[in-house]
Design a protein around this ligand. Structure first.
Ligand SMILES: Cc1cc2nc3c(=O)[nH]c(=O)nc-3n(C[C@H](O)[C@H](O)[C@H](O)COP(=O)(O)OP(=O)(O)OC[C@H]3O[C@@H](n4cnc5c(N)ncnc54)[C@H](O)[C@@H]3O)c2cc1C
Length: 464
């Protein structure tokens, strides 16, 4: 067994491990040892479906020290005019580049790809079988907690008979002969992507059956743009969100207001969503998806046989001429939260909703800047990941409490404003005090945030 040591031992070279290590390397002279099962950095992006893209603009994804986007706007397609979305291949290549050309040349990084971490400082190469024992002089950083599940690595929780044509959406581009139809199982981000990909390839919407066990509230991608020309969409949407939270008398009234003001959107306006996974979508994508009329809402799939699909609340016919596309993996399978700083271990999680990489960078900065765990945890309460619609209330409450704590610390505020992964600061930095219309939006936010935080506590008492 080979003995190794480093100041920080990071398990997982996905986006979170990379964003964390990046700050340690740029803001300190500490050494970092990175272990991952995969042969390349980038985590689940390496095994994603070939047509995957980020669902947020690439401008604020990746590690703090290196741009991912070329700052371009998409031209044509379903995201016309919005900030470019990197493809999965671009994201993987980006993290590979960061590792090779930024991390390793520092001489302070040891990288162990294709290795399984087994706990207690022990890991083993999956290729050579060599075994290692590693000591973290400062901290072990566990970036595996979120346990992101993707279709290619996921086993469906329903049975599928041998003679059923069944595949994860990863295999769709391998289809070589048009089937009689497609059944898409799942209505999260991957289900949406599968439907859009089929429609984009000219599949007749009437030959697509979409199994939607739960409808979701979605975020309008137009409101996530970080460019001055989108100031009113992005900051205006935040103002709408805060005002809705400040004024709503019940959770139901809140969701109505959030939809009325354009913060939330949904694909099927006649069905009340019960899920919220924070997926982002454009208006043209919604219109495209509405062309699929055969939407099955009979609960979850229990089994698929040669000629029928059994669901919780009914049965629908199928046939061997139909391809069944599995999009039932839940991107975030592990939705429990843990205290982030506990003695010798750091477990990065989101400290700001929708922003795993900003959160990882922020946690690394807090680790380097403050001495004791209590102070670090005060700035880094983990934002619970949403699943049900009402989880939106829980995670917004934690997020506002974190924001309040950050505002008490001028040095943290300055760090956030200077960090490239923080989108809102970029919009506010360009703001001129004589721009009355934009200042009005900022004023709305300032006035509504404290009222939103107070009202949220009342709304939370109304949800179980
Ligand atoms: C389709 C899709 C689109 C998304 N789009 C966006 C987006 O636009 N913006 C956004 O912010 N987020 C997006 N996300 C969320 C995304 O999951 C995060 O951005 C981020 O990639 C998660 O990174 P991670 O490091 O936490 O997880 P992972 O990528 O899963 O990395 C964890 C790593 O840990 C390794 N590992 C686990 N256990 C062990 C072990 N025992 N030993 C060794 N290695 C181990 C794994 O091999 C893996 O490389 C998207 C997710 C999906 C599925």
């Amino acid at each position: 067994m080979r003995e190794l040591q480093a100041d920080y031992v990071v398990v997982g070279s996905g986006a979170v491990g990379m964003a964390f290590a990046d700050i340690i390397l740029t803001e300190s002279d500490a050494s970092v040892l990175i272990i991952d099962r995969y042969a390349k950095p980038g985590g689940h992006w390496n095994v994603a479906y070939p047509f995957v893209e980020l669902h947020q603009p690439a401008a604020f994804y990746g590690v703090s020290s290196k741009e991912l986007s070329g700052g371009r706007l998409e031209q044509g397609g379903l995201n016309d005019g919005l900030g470019e979305l990197a493809t999965g291949a671009q994201v993987s290549a980006y993290f590979d580049d960061v590792m090779r050309h930024q991390f390793l040349p520092t001489g302070r990084v040891q990288y162990y790809p294709s290795c399984d971490y087994q706990g207690d400082g022990q890991f083993e190469s999956k290729i050579s079988g060599e075994r290692f024992s590693v000591t973290a002089n400062k901290k072990l950083v566990d970036c595996t907690h979120l346990n992101t599940e993707v279709p290619s690595t996921h086993l469906p929780n329903f049975s599928v008979a041998d003679d059923v044509r069944f595949m994860p959406l990863n295999d769709l581009p391998k289809v070589s002969e048009a089937p009689a139809g497609y059944v898409v199982i799942g209505a999260g981000k991957t289900g949406i992507d599968a439907c859009l990909w089929l429609l984009g390839n000219g599949v007749d919407p009437d030959t697509i059956t979409w199994i939607v066990s739960r409808d979701a509230w979605l975020l309008d991608r137009r409101n996530t743009q970080i460019a001055d020309e989108f100031f009113f969409e992005t900051m205006g949407s935040y103002a709408n969100q805060m005002e809705s939270l400040a004024e709503a008398e019940s959770p139901d009234a809140l969701f109505e207001k959030l939809e009325e003001t354009g913060y939330f959107v949904r694909i099927h306006p006649d069905v009340k969503p019960s899920m919220f996974h924070a997926a982002t979508i454009s208006t043209p994508e919604i219109e495209e998806l509405r062309r699929i009329k055969n939407v099955i809402r009979l609960g979850r799939v229990k089994s698929i046989s040669r000629d029928q699909i059994v669901l919780d609340k009914g049965v629908v016919p199928t046939s061997p001429e139909i391809i069944h596309v599995d999009c039932s993996a839940s991107a975030l399978a592990n939705i429990g939260i843990k205290t982030i700083f506990t003695g010798k271990t750091i477990t990065p999680q989101m400290v700001r909703p929708y922003q795993p990489v900003f959160s990882a960078a922020f946690i690394a900065h807090v680790e380097l800047s403050y001495a004791d765990d209590d102070t670090k945890n005060r700035f880094c309460a983990p934002v619970p990941l949403p699943n049900h619609d009402t989880d939106f209330l829980r995670f917004t409450a934690v997020s506002l409490a974190n924001q309040y704590q950050w505002n008490t610390e001028p040095a943290l505020r300055a760090w956030i404003a200077g960090n490239r992964l923080d989108g809102p600061s970029k919009l506010l930095q360009g703001l001129k005090p004589d721009d009355a219309e934009k200042m009005q939006v900022v004023k709305r936010i300032q006035e509504s945030v404290p009222r939103a935080a107070a009202n949220l506590q009342r709304l939370l008492q109304q949800v179980s």
